[in-house]
Design a protein around this ligand. Sequence first.
Ligand code: RFL
Ligand code: PHB
Length: 399
Amino acid sequence: MRTQVAIIGAGPAGLALSHMLHRLGVASIVLETRSRAVVEATIRAGVLEQGTIDILADIGAGERMQREGSRHEGTILRHDGRDLRIDLAGLTGGKTVMVYPQHDVLKDLVAARLATGGDIRFEVSDVRVRDIDSDAPRVSYRDPDGQPRTIQADFVAGCDGSQGVCRPLVLESHPKVHEHIYPYAWLGILCHGPPSSRELIYARGATGFALVSTRSAQVQRMYLQCDPLDKTEHWSDDRIWSEFHARLRTHEGWTLREGEIFSKTVVGMRSVVVESMRSGRLFLAGDAAHIVPPTGAKGLNLAISDVFILARAFGRFYNDGSADQLDAYSATALARVWRAQRFSWWMTSLLHVAPGAGELQQKLQHAELDYLARSRSARAVLAENYVGLPLDFPVDQGL
Ligand code: RFL
Ligand code: PHB
């Protein structure tokens, strides 16, 4: 079997890349270890930047998102019982974010790709990428019946997340990786019930961070800062609600709506950047190349912007015969990745209570929040990062 680009991983990065390549007339095959049902049911991100919204619409996977997603024109920082609204739209000339769950993005991407004749192979195993330093890399794997298969490709796109096989391959030749592990984690819950707020609330409570997000009119997503070694068994429903009430306490006449909790997970927090996103004919994109702590809501959005840059570079290679953009890919994508890392680290440090942190740290956080409250420019910086910094070239310039 031959193709032009073999894509490893059917997460947001791999699926969106396959769509973009299709639009550019470039053939691809996507290999995924999990089943379609599991891929489409994994609960992760929720916030889409303006650029991501535009790209999903542009590749024909945005119709349901536009109908069912919820546009947020602002977001709230809560601290010391007071709310500071960040007027995203007003501070950015009308840009907003969309709250639309990642698993729905994946459903839409899979359906739209299959409708255009896409080749997505679920439930494969034993995926191995070979000969990336030659002009003819190969990917071997076993199909769901255990039969060995091989794909010959011109290039391989490693979109297989932080636990995949592609990142270690790149690190063999470019062993530089930057990593910071935060001394706290998030306990994420899903509960039945109506939203407590029209906009997301990021709260710095005295005992730690809390986030009020949403999934739909009937399902709510919320997070609490917890210890990285915490187990969900340590968190009874009563303990969860009493921490939310304490951390979200406000003088502004707001009440938290409780509901039946049906999912609890602990999510670790790391900043990771693999310093080269390419080795030979293997290109990394998304979580395979970098991880951001979730506070800035950037992970999925970075995955989409990486593959936008990469698809454009493949398009140039196949349509104009020039490898210049492929050669620039790692540097171009990393510049944006570092900007998002900076913002995610800043939002995280601003709102969490680090264990053992002294009064100095607390005073600095207060000063920063106070500055945000007083300075429109400071809020504008937050807003322009939250809705997503522009790509180095305009999206409307297309692929
Ligand atoms: P994914 O989604 O991990 O997809 C990788 C896919 O590759 C498959 N795979 C393999 N396939 C073939 N062969 C192999 N050897 C393979 N190994 C793995 C996997 O099964 C999987 O299907 O990576 P991708 O595409 O780079 O997408 C990244 C995003 O999923 C991630 O960054 C976000 O979910 C992060 N994130 C958020 N991002 C946002 O932009 N906004 C948010 O609001 C947001 N909230 C979050 C988040 C992540 C969270 N968790 C659980 C870490 C909230 C949370 C709680
Ligand atoms: C989510 O809804 O899962 C979510 C929202 C905002 C974040 C992170 C996660 O910053």
